[in-house]
Structures are given as structure tokens and as C-alpha cells.
Design a protein. Structure first.
Length: 295
């Protein structure tokens, strides 16, 4: 670990290897924690990160029941985290270099190497101007703020590559909150212009692209995937390419809580489901759009 100047950084500089002891150490520093599945990321408490606490008795009770539980930290309270992903489909490191060149990632307090080879940059949370969590799947960059959580060192993940741990690799100088909105704006392509409105035949109304994206952004759990599929079909019917549909709907679907891979798969499926066939009974348009999704 390279320690430059940890002054003012709230997270513990040194952590025990034992997960229970590390969880108590976080709590003693004022960082609320909660248990997650051993070798994974799924919360083990009823209300997930909402149950996070600094109460040592509760923490000891949790880890007595689940000794190998990973440590979850809710973001947006004490720390925010910029998550640079590494997947088989791509890596966020080229984007990270761009953000560094733009001067947008300075001020991190702690750098953590993730088990997949990615990077988590921890920042002090801005309690005066809290920022919500968001994802930019094609850039392989996520932000964990209000409404999110992170798996913290020395937690371990079990995957195809074996068992690996989250490891603190550096502490920064003069930590300060990150401008997550500026990063999100830089990573968000401009919405492509659409010359006509999108018809919702079921309710005999018309919706703009912005209205459709806003609707996707607030889809409740249980309806998110179906709603995204429906919205992607409407954009495809309006003439957008799959790439343009991703540009419009990916940020909205990520705000609703859908993971990047699921967003990509759902939008791709919606576009593949549309079959443009010649309709001899419609001489005026000459084309009929069929979709497998129910309206």
C-alpha cells in the first residue's frame, strides 16, 4: 500500500484480515456496515443497506451468525465510490484516463482493487449536495452514491477466477467530494433527435422521447425489465437504431436499478423482436411493424 497523506480520511488505514473484526473496525471509525453473502454481494439483512449500523453489538451478532459474511458499506452517507469495472465485454480504464485528463477524479481518499481487476475510488460523501447512484454500462463506469452500497475490503468474491479479495492499494491526498454530475454528463451522449412523437396506442396519447425515458427511470422493481422492453420497442418503431435506443434508455434504466448487462440484453432483444414485413393490405404506408410485446 502506498500511503501519501491519510490526514482527514475517515476510513481505517489498517484493517484486520478477519471479516468480523474488520466490520467492527469500520464501525468504530463511524462507518456503518451490514453483512453480505459470503463470497458474494447479496445483502443478508431484511432491508439490505438500509439496515447498516455502527452498533458493535449488532455487528457482532450478524457476524457470529455469518462468520464469512462480506462487508457492505452504504454509499452516500460517509463515502461515495466511483466504480471502474472490468468485464469480458470491456474495461472502464480508458474512460478513467479520460476522466483524469479532464481533472474530474482528483480528491479520492482511497483506491481499492476489486477482485475482477477493476478499481474503486472512494471519496468523502457530499452531505450538502448528495448525489444518487448511476451507471454507464458502455463506459464500464458506475457511481455509488445515495441509494447504493459497495463491498468493502477485506471482503472476498468467489467467481470463475477463484477467490479474490478487495484490497486497499493506495490512500490519496486531501480527500474531497467528487463532482459525480460532471462525470455523468461527460459520459452521457446527447439524445439523438427524433422528428416525430412516439404513439402509445393503448392509451391514445403521444409521448416524447424525454417523457419515455423519464417513465423508464421510475419503473418499480418487478416491472423494470418489461417496461424497458416496451419502451425500446416504441423507439425502434419510431426509427431509432439499437445504438440510439441505448443512448436514450440506458441512463434511465440504470437509474431504475437495472444492471448494465440486463439493459443491453433487453434493448437488443426488443430490436430483434421487431419484424418489418410488406403488408399488401396497406397501400398507403407499404410497411407494417410487428412486435412481440403486448401493448
Amino acid at each position: 500500500m502506498t500511503i501519501t497523506d491519510p490526514t482527514g480520511w475517515v476510513l481505517p488505514v489498517a484493517l484486520p484480515d478477519e471479516l468480523a473484526a474488520a466490520a467492527v473496525t469500520y464501525a468504530a471509525a463511524g462507518v456503518p456496515v451490514f453483512p453480505c453473502a459470503p463470497g458474494g454481494k447479496r445483502p443478508l439483512t431484511t432491508h439490505g443497506f438500509h439496515d447498516a449500523t455502527t452498533d458493535p453489538e449488532q455487528i457482532i451478532t450478524w457476524w457470529s451468525r455469518y462468520p464469512a459474511a462480506n462487508i457492505g458499506i452504504p454509499t452516500g452517507r460517509v463515502v461515495d465510490v466511483l466504480d471502474v469495472d472490468v468485464h469480458a465485454t470491456g474495461t472502464g480504464y480508458p474512460t478513467l484516463r479520460t476522466l483524469q485528463q479532464e481533472g474530474l477524479i482528483t480528491g479520492w481518499g482511497q483506491a481499492v482493487r476489486s477482485p475482477s481487476g477493476g478499481l474503486h475510488l472512494y471519496y468523502p460523501a457530499d452531505l450538502l449536495q448528495p448525489g444518487g447512484s448511476w451507471s454507464r454500462g458502455r463506459a464500464h463506469i458506475d457511481f455509488r452514491g445515495t441509494g447504493g452500497y459497495i463491498i468493502a475490503p477485506p471482503s472476498r468474491i468467489t467467481a470463475d477466477y477463484g477467490v479474490r479479495r478487495y484490497e486497499v492499494i493506495a490512500l490519496g491526498r486531501a480527500p474531497r467530494p467528487v463532482d459525480a454530475d460532471a462525470i455523468r454528463d461527460l459520459l452521457t451522449p446527447a439524445v439523438p433527435p427524433v422528428m416525430r412523437l412516439i404513439k402509445d396506442g393503448a392509451h391514445s396519447r403521444e409521448m416524447s422521447v424525454e417523457h419515455l425515458a423519464g417513465w423508464v427511470a421510475v419503473l418499480p422493481e418487478g416491472n423494470r425489465n418489461a417496461g424497458l422492453f416496451w419502451a425500446a420497442c416504441r423507439l425502434a418503431e419510431a426509427g431509432l437504431t439499437e445504438h440510439d435506443t441505448m443512448t436514450v434508455l440506458e441512463p434511465a434504466a440504470a437509474s431504475a436499478g437495472l444492471p448494465a448487462r440486463e439493459i443491453t440484453a433487453t434493448i437488443g432483444s426488443a430490436h430483434r423482436s421487431l419484424q418489418i414485413t410488406q403488408d399488401p393490405g396497406d397501400a398507403a404506408s407499404g410497411l407494417r411493424t410487428k412486435t412481440a410485446v403486448s401493448r
